[in-house]
Design a protein around this ligand. Sequence first.
Ligand SMILES: Cc1cc2nc3c(=O)[nH]c(=O)nc-3n(C[C@H](O)[C@H](O)[C@H](O)COP(=O)(O)O)c2cc1C
Length: 194
Amino acid sequence: MIVGICGSPRKKATEHVLKEALTILKKMGFKTAFFTVRGKKIGFCTHCDYCLENKKCIIEDDMNEVYALLKDAEGIILATPVYNGGISAQTKTVMDRCRALVAADKNFFKHKVGMAIAVGGDRIGGQEMAIQQIITFYILNGAIPVSGGFFGANLGATFWSKDTLEGVKGDEEGFRSLRKTVRRFAEFLRRFEA
Ligand SMILES: Cc1cc2nc3c(=O)[nH]c(=O)nc-3n(C[C@H](O)[C@H](O)[C@H](O)COP(=O)(O)O)c2cc1C
């Protein structure tokens, strides 16, 4: 199963392109699930260290849904809007709260494959910086990050929304980077299935 996590508080560009990625993967035969932070209650990690002792997070909120989805996931897509040249606070909060998963099982993310999508309002607004943060999260936690590959691709899928849904829909170059990254993501997943 592949879980796509949308770190945008809006039903706009980031959600749209993540759903496009999941649609492509569904057509390839993968099972997919979608989660959005939009309208959800997900509190900050407070570094209370409860999870280190008790192997679960002390906070009871909508992060429980993410924990359950990630448990069943062989593939993860983190999609974020670009806020101030990096990931959104919501995306970062989801990442930080994953500490509880690794506290319970240090191999939790092992052999899971991860890809990243970043959507900025500006053409060069920090999409690659945001993707670097997501890839760093995968590496730190033992997951396998995939990029769009060499020759004209990116670290992942990068979009220029011009701050609108219509803008992102018209970003041909963004969709090219998405298709390329999804292809490599699928290749890695198939390899691990085998
Ligand atoms: C607080 C905030 C900071 C932002 N900072 C950036 C930025 O640094 N670079 C950029 O390209 N776009 C920036 N944007 C624009 C959003 O990335 C852009 O509108 C994107 O499409 C939002 O995703 P959404 O359509 O899924 O909400 C910012 C938006 C907000 C609300």
